[in-house]
Design a protein around this ligand. Sequence first.
Ligand SMILES: Cc1cc2nc3c(=O)[nH]c(=O)nc-3n(C[C@H](O)[C@H](O)[C@H](O)COP(=O)(O)OP(=O)(O)OC[C@H]3O[C@@H](n4cnc5c(N)ncnc54)[C@H](O)[C@@H]3O)c2cc1C
Length: 598
Amino acid sequence: MRQTLDFLLFDWLRAGDLTTRERFAEHSAETFAAVLDTCERIAREKFAPFNRLADTEEPRFDGERVHLPQATHEATQAYAESGMLAAAQDYDVGGMQLPCVIEMAGNAFFSKASVAMGGYAMLTSGNANLIMAHGTPLQREVFARNEFAGRWFGTMCLSEPQAGSSLSDVATRAELEDEADPLGPRYRLTGHKMWISAGEHEITENIVHLVLAKIPGPDGRPVPGTKGISLFIVPKKLVDERAELTGERNDVVLAGLNHKLGYRGTTNCLLNFGEGRFTPLGRKGAVGYLVGRPGDGLRCMFHMMNEARIGVGLGAVMLGYAGYEASLEYAKQRPQGRPMTAAGKDAASPQRPIIEHADVRRMLLAQKSYVEGGLALELYCARLVDELHTGDDAAGAQALLDVLIPIAKSWPSEWCLEANSLAIQVLGGYGYTRDFPVEQYWRDQRLNMIHEGTHGIQALDLLGRKVVQQGGASLAALAARVQQTIERAIHTDWAPQAHQLAAALAQVGGATKKAWSTGEPEEALANATPYLQAFGHTVLAWLWLDVALSVQGEGDFAQGKRAAARYFFAYELPRIDAWLAVVARREPLCREIRAEWL
Ligand SMILES: Cc1cc2nc3c(=O)[nH]c(=O)nc-3n(C[C@H](O)[C@H](O)[C@H](O)COP(=O)(O)OP(=O)(O)OC[C@H]3O[C@@H](n4cnc5c(N)ncnc54)[C@H](O)[C@@H]3O)c2cc1C
């Protein structure tokens, strides 16, 4: 994986050129490599050996405390000491001023080694970055700085039992108590937050929850819709302006842990806010400090959405990668079956390793095309985030990110899950047992189509908003990029693929128009998920062609990349015909079928 990562980062995406920008001027190819080396080493030593342990010894709640394996404490501490929690932050707040693309690449090692043990740090970093962007100077100093230092960890509390995809239905209430608290306008929160990752543990002395809640309107009722949602910092234990614990416990408590299919190393919690178990500052109600303006909660929360969704997509890719490498290794060792010749099989000859069978190679090549293609997609998007923040065409980068982010989140969630399934298949019966790691990768992976916006919600976002916004400007920006690759490829050996890609692009454009031709959202969006699949496969075909064009030489590495690109065009891209057919004719079946028939 490291060779592919380095190739994509430095040869294909020219990440080294970023050092000419002022923000990254103190970096060099050597410092970037050193960051990747450090992450690779910590992930190998502190995370990978304990990935199975974190799964089998899942978090346990004894009614008072949550117990985690000691290895999780040590791994997260090693991560914090590496400085990666503040990787992208300014030097003057203890950060490394790393480009997003290098930060993401470094974090990829942890996702591959143990995605669940890595969850605590990823959430903390996202939480603290958000406070840096929207918090007051004192909130940054007290909360974000201590999270970057690894003294406290953070969470994101959006979901509630009755409000998952539809966050406008959030029911947690926040009532103003003291406008003038130095840590920010102080509110009292009451409500329940469901599915909160890292919501309870004793890895750090405190937990900084970032919570979405509604401030009641003048009539005392919550304002309907997303406009009424605000964002609050709710520390598990109260702290003062000098970031010292005051000794008081806040009124936020663990109601129970959820027991999950996978991702078991990260605690997952139902949290009760303001039920009166504790009485901070003399009364019940969870103390929370407003971040940003009232009603601006979702906007603040989604400010970091690009990075969060690329992070989920990259995590999905890495789980796929872990399964691919494990099944590749196995296929080289496992003797089973003999070659079939015109004269039949020679039972007296030795068995061949299963990697010699074309069907096993098909499964390996499919995995390779999904995981390496997925890695290219995520790094490309992370590089666009750097263009957005430090490049000279921020608007262009934003337009591309708008259409690519739903793909960055959803495509690996679906196709690297398929890669994990193929990895199990390559191992046969052994793959289905807990004696080999591949079944855990599949279980861990299954989450990714569910959280950070479900697959269906990503599809609605893509077809319902992103490709039609500003008269289709984002789709046009993407089409122009794809066209550039086609033009570079058309006079090379890749001309057949270039023509195939041009046809696919035209098909996507045509289906988009036909989906919306009646202007009826219900008609257009009934087939949003097949649209997402076709769109994603077209994007991946484009990236594979682009990657193939930058591969040099005839060695195994280069030939492997070419084979994966050819596989994608031969076996995968043709699938879009069926997906786009239902989109273009606005197939009414799923919309019209009666619930009683199901
Ligand atoms: C392990 C795990 C960790 C999580 N971590 C966190 C966390 O740290 N913080 C946090 O806030 N949340 C977290 N979540 C919550 C996660 O984001 C939600 O589960 C997700 O948003 C879906 O909400 P839901 O479970 O209520 O499903 P629902 O919203 O009820 O969706 C159920 C199904 O209906 C579909 N659906 C819903 N609405 C529509 C629609 N309008 N059109 C078409 N289809 C629709 C969905 O696509 C889905 O297939 C986590 C969840 C899990 C399982």
